[in-house]
Design a protein around this ligand. Structure first.
Ligand code: NAP
Ligand code: G4F
Length: 343
């Protein structure tokens, strides 16, 4: 049985990758950050799912900022493959916490690469690199040869990690790959990323639970795919005969306004009556346009996205409408109880 170690297992991608690897028969180990409130919501269903036969999912407390915990977890889990998905992954937050972001997203990768190199250099290593490294883009679409021009502390930290992965491959012969993933979303996306923020708010507006949605730059364009499709590309990279870097993208580009149109139309609403611009959500420097060319992944990995933009929006809206209905039912129940008064 193959063993994988995933950092960032509690995040959006970590949860989809866990399901995918369990489905492939892997034993899956994950790094869990200690938190005062629960952070395993995206994984809870996996524990009881038919995929988790014989308790093949195992979590270990640790942190990318703590080398000793990484050494200990590598020793305990003895993985064949390591997927480094952990990061402070929010671009705007990285302007507020640049040093912390660099510590996790840049030095954290280096700590893990060093631990792998010293403990077992035959481990195959996947690094969650990002299209955010293209920043103020030098060409469109962007592929594996497009130069980086990052525009945020997050983008700079990811570019540092990208180059360390290349260096560990070239210097020490590590099987280490960068997946340069363009934006990917899902019903499990964090609620402060723009797509999920929109689908959560629009569905709550539909049910009268809120009226306004405050956003920043509506003209930014992104290449949005479905996270469930993208984790398969990560795995495929580590099954290749040689370690290489790959762009993973849909090759289609939409603006934040397009995302608003698609979401609100699905709910028979007009976003212009509800959306207001709040400068708080603007960034000191913006990445205006990202559009990926995933031809290399198509040719060498046999990978293609399966989910189109409209389907992605539909999946997220339907999921969040259900959440809003549950919230409304609780609210209505409480209101009825209040009318009745004490019995
Ligand atoms: P996410 O939902 O924000 O998940 C981030 C994960 O990292 C969480 O499990 C988080 O743990 C963990 N983490 C944060 N700081 C950590 C630390 N110091 N030590 C250990 N774990 C830590 O992100 P995602 O969307 O799944 O993205 C996965 C990776 O791909 C990230 O590296 C991201 O930067 C990169 N990426 C994402 C996209 C995208 O569009 N989604 C595109 C390109 C690259 P908690 O649950 O405890 O917070
Ligand atoms: O959803 P976003 O926060 O994603 P962003 O900045 O593109 O970063 C995501 O994708 C990267 C890959 O390119 C990942 F590496 C990274 O970890 C993350 O997953 O913002 C998308 C766009 C931006 O241009 C932003 O300015 O939406 C714009 N936007 C407009 N109003 C907003 C908002 N973004 C957020 N988060 N919140 C707003 O209210």
């Amino acid at each position: 049985m193959k063993r994988a170690l995933i950092t960032g297992i509690t995040g959006q991608d970590g949860s989809y990758l866990t399901e995918f690897l369990l489905g492939k028969g892997y034993e899956v180990h994950g790094v869990l950050r200690r938190s005062s409130s629960t952070n395993i919501d995206r994984l809870r269903h996996v524990y009881t799912s038919p995929q988790n036969t014989a308790g093949r999912l195992k979590l270990h407390y640790g942190d990318l900022n703590d080398s000793s915990s990484l050494d200990k977890i590598l020793d305990q889990s003895r993985p064949d493959e390591v997927y480094n998905l952990a990061a402070q992954s929010h671009v705007r937050v990285s302007f507020e916490q640049p040093i912390y972001t660099v510590d996790v997203d840049a030095l954290g990768t280096l700590r893990l690469l060093e631990a792998v190199r010293r403990q077992n250099p035959t481990i195959r290593f996947y690094q969650a690199s990002s299209s955010e490294m293209y920043g103020k883009v030098r060409e469109t679409p962007q592929d594996e040869n497009t130069p980086f021009a990052p525009r945020s502390p997050y983008g700079c930290a990811k570019a540092y990690s990208y180059w360390q992965v290349v260096n560990y491959r070239e210097s020490y012969g590590l099987f280490a790959c960068n997946g340069i993933l363009f934006n990917h979303e899902s019903p499990r996306r964090g609620e402060n990323f723009v797509t999920r923020k929109i689908t959560r708010a629009a569905t709550r507006i539909k049910l009268g639970l809120q009226d306004k949605l405050f956003l920043g730059n509506l003209d930014a364009k992104r290449d949005w795919g479905f996270a469930g499709d993208y984790v398969e590309a990560m795995w495929r990279m580590l099954q290749q005969p040689e370690a290489e870097d790959f762009v993973v993208a849909t090759g289609e580009c939409y603006s934040v306004k397009d995302f608003l149109d698609a979401t609100f139309e699905r709910l028979d609403l007009d976003w212009k009556s509800h959306v207001e611009i709040d400068p708080w959500y603007l960034r000191p420097a913006e990445v205006d346009l990202l559009l990926g060319n995933a031809a290399k992944a198509r040719e060498k990995l046999g990978w293609e996205p399966r989910t189109g933009f409209a389907e992605l929006v539909g999946m997220m809206v339907d999921h969040d409408l259900e959440l809003a209905r549950e919230e409304k039912a609780v609210q209505d129940f409480r209101a009825e109880g209040a009318d009745e008064g004490p019995s």
